[in-house]
Each structure stands twice: as C-alpha cells, then as structure tokens.
Ligand binder design. Structure first.
Ligand SMILES: Nc1nc2c(c(=O)[nH]1)N(C=O)[C@@H](CNc1ccc(C(=O)N[C@@H](CCC(=O)O)C(=O)O)cc1)CN2
Ligand SMILES: Nc1ncnc2c1ncn2[C@@H]1O[C@H](COP(=O)(O)OP(=O)(O)OP(=O)(O)O)[C@@H](O)[C@H]1O
Length: 198
C-alpha cells in the first residue's frame, strides 16, 4: 500500500494509483471467488435492510466486476422495499430512477441503469438506507469511489443523511486512504463476510 501523501497533488496522484490497483484487482478476481461470495453478500445486504426496517433504499446496478447487487434488488422488489438507482449525468450530478422493471440501459458513462422513469431528485433525501458503490473504504469511514465525485456531491448536499454503507469486497477495507477535503465518510461497509461499522 502507498504511504500517506502530504499535499493535494500527491493525494490526487495517490488516489489515482490506488484506483488503478483496485480496478485491476477486481478485474482479475477469480470468477469462483466472486460467485462464492455473492450469496453471503446478498444475505448481508438483506440483513442491514431488515435491521433498519428500511422501506426505501438507494443502491446501484452492479457491473460484472463490482460486488453483485442484483439478487438483493430482486429480494427488495419481492419484499416491497422501494429502490432508487443512480443515473450518471454529464454535469457530474446524479439522477435517480426507480427499480421497477428489469429493462436495463446504459447511462452517459456506460454504466447499467434501469429504464424506468427518473424520479424527482428530492426522493433520494427520503431513503432509509444508502448502499453506495466504492473502490475502497478505510477503518475511519473514508470512502474512495471511481473518481468523478458523484457520491461526494450527493452526500455533501443532503441535509438529513440516512445511514450510508459502502458495498465492497473484504480486501477493499484498508487501514487508511488518501483523503481530500470534499471526501464524504460512510457509516460502514457491507462485505461478503459481514457488516462493518466505522
Ligand atoms: N454500478 C455503478 N453505478 C454507478 C457508480 C458506480 O460506481 N457503480 N457510480 C459511483 O460513483 C456513479 C458513476 N461513477 C463513475 C465514476 C468514475 C468513472 C470513470 O470512468 N473513472 C475513470 C477514472 C477517473 C480517475 O481515476 O480520476 C476511469 O475509470 O477511467 C465512471 C463512473 C453512478 N453509478
Ligand atoms: N462536493 C463537491 N463539490 C465540488 N466538486 C467536488 C465535490 N466532491 C468532489 N468533487 C470533485 O470531483 C472530483 C472527484 O472526486 P473524488 O476523487 O473524491 O471522487 P470519488 O469519491 O472517487 O467518486 P464517486 O463519488 O463518483 O465514486 C474531484 O476532482 C473533486 O474536485
């Protein structure tokens, strides 16, 4: 792991290097390991949703390399839990769409999105739980994403924040991450091995 950088440009470079390493690690993660962890990740996502008695959650539609969320999303639909999913905009902000059909398209960055309607942006302020994608998080709760600041801006603009949990693989919880002033912390992480509160 990299040493802690001291100034802003070093921090940005350190994040970039770490993201490249994490992206590669996800890319080469053996399919067998991914599949073996999928069921326990789903159980953990269901457990935190049930524990918080969440009626509405924000989550994401996973890409093949990300910790898989689709089985959880199906559970949510079958159990009357409303789900909002992010749709990247090219101005750096997120729209949110309801998970109300299996039809998928791609957003401006090529990420999977539901083809249901975009909901009024205020709705994300009313969710009971946010399950956010991340590249890594550290034991103090710092989250590092994929480098466009979508979730920092979303979380930074919310005045009443629900519990926010990053969804990552176990080896993506690290001791310390390079940190910039705008970085928004999370309350914990959900991994295949369990729930981690920071
Ligand atoms: N499934 C899923 N949906 C999601 C996210 C996600 O992480 N996963 N997002 C979570 O925020 C948003 C999209 N975020 C993105 C952030 C960066 C890049 C990207 O292309 N990054 C550059 C590297 C930039 C850098 O290192 O500075 C790259 O990968 O080449 C793509 C999407 C919204 N939807
Ligand atoms: N609240 C904010 N207001 C304005 N710009 C921001 C804000 N948060 C982040 N940014 C900008 O977004 C860029 C990416 O930020 P950062 O590297 O922290 O993203 P990230 O957390 O990895 O990405 P994401 O949230 O999309 O997963 C930075 O260059 C930063 O200047």
């Amino acid at each position: 792991m990299l040493s802690m950088p001291s100034d802003a440009s070093e921090t940005i470079a350190a994040k970039r290097a770490l993201r490249a390493e994490l992206r590669e690690r996800r890319r080469i993660r053996p399919a067998g390991e991914r599949e073996a962890s999928a069921a326990s990740l789903t159980e953990q996502l269901v457990a935190i949703t049930s524990e918080l008695n969440a009626r509405t959650v924000a989550c994401y539609l996973s890409t093949p390399d990300e910790p898989p969320t689709r089985a959880y999303l199906e559970w949510a639909r079958a159990n009357g839990v409303d789900v909002l999913l992010p749709v990247s905009r090219d101005d750096g902000l997120l729209d949110w769409a309801a998970y109300d059909s299996d039809d998928e398209g791609e957003d401006v960055l090529g990420l999977p999105v539901p083809l249901g309607g975009i909901v009024p942006p205020i709705r994300v302020n009313e969710v009971d739980l946010m399950l956010v994608p991340a590249a890594a998080c550290d034991r103090s709760g710092m989250r590092m994403g994929w480098g466009r600041g979508y979730f920092d801006k979303t979380l930074g603009s919310m005045d009443r924040r629900p519990p926010v949990y990053a969804v990552v693989y176990d080896d993506e919880i690290v001791d310390a991450l390079p940190r910039e002033p705008h970085d928004q912390p999370v309350d914990g992480a959900v991994t295949p091995s369990g729930l981690h509160r920071f």
